[in-house]
Design a protein around this ligand. Structure first.
Ligand code: ZN
Ligand code: ZN
Length: 206
């Protein structure tokens, strides 16, 4: 497995690329902004982009899906719960993101428990509503992409349309803190963490 990470755009969204070494099949997680250079690098590395996955529908996570897809192809994967906000992005977020491009149609509506395959790699979807209705984390072995649901030392805001704080905490406690404690948390913004560290020290989860 090959995993690379960049923080891009005016919101510093973490964009991750996960690739299978044997087949060079890849997926990109949350191409929110400024992905032209990254797409070029992926093309030059000979990666076949199979999936463009978003953890949720906010503009800072979907603003470069179209850019990436136009260049590299791949199927756009999102949860149905966020389909409306993907189709109709918030005007304020577009205003703050000069490079925002309207996302394309969703190709695959992901459901809780679905598995995406990259060569021999398996990536499992975990539906964690709360930050948005469709927020979904993606687990591959000892790595979980948590979007804006769980961060290093905090949790995602739940005051935006469709947000629900109690549901968010319940999702994290029942679906994420139950993962093996060494699991690495790769959030949508900011530094990495582990499940163990968040279970022990995250003030929102005590
Ligand atoms: Zn968000
Ligand atoms: Zn975000």
């Amino acid at each position: 497995m090959n995993l690379v990470h960049h923080a891009l755009g005016s919101f510093g969204t973490n964009v991750y690329v996960l690739a299978d070494d044997e087949t060079s099949e890849a997926m990109i997680v949350d191409p929110g902004a400024d992905c032209d250079r990254l797409a070029e690098d992926m093309e030059q590395a000979g990666l076949t982009l199979k999936y463009i996955v978003v953890t949720h529908g906010h503009g800072d996570h979907v603003g470069a899906v179209a850019t990436v897809k136009n260049r590299l192809g791949g199927q756009f994967v999102a949860h149905r719960g966020d389909a409306d906000q993907i189709a109709t992005p918030s005007p304020w977020i577009i205003e703050m993101m000069p490079g925002f491009v309207d996302p394309p149609e969703i190709d695959i509506y992901i459901e809780d428990g679905d598995v995406l395959n990259l060569g021999t790699l398996e990536i499992q979807a975990i539906h964690t509503p709360g930050h948005t209705p469709g927020s979904t984390c993606y687990l591959h072995q000892d790595v979980v992409f948590t979007g804006d649901t769980l961060f290093h030392g905090t949790i995602g805001r739940y005051d935006l349309p469709g947000g629900d704080g109690e549901q968010e905490v319940a999702s994290i406690k029942s679906r994420l803190l139950t993962l093996p404690s060494q699991t690495r948390v790769l959030p949508g913004h900011g530094p990495q963490s582990t499940i163990e560290q968040e279970a022990r020290t995250n003030p929102h989860l005590q």
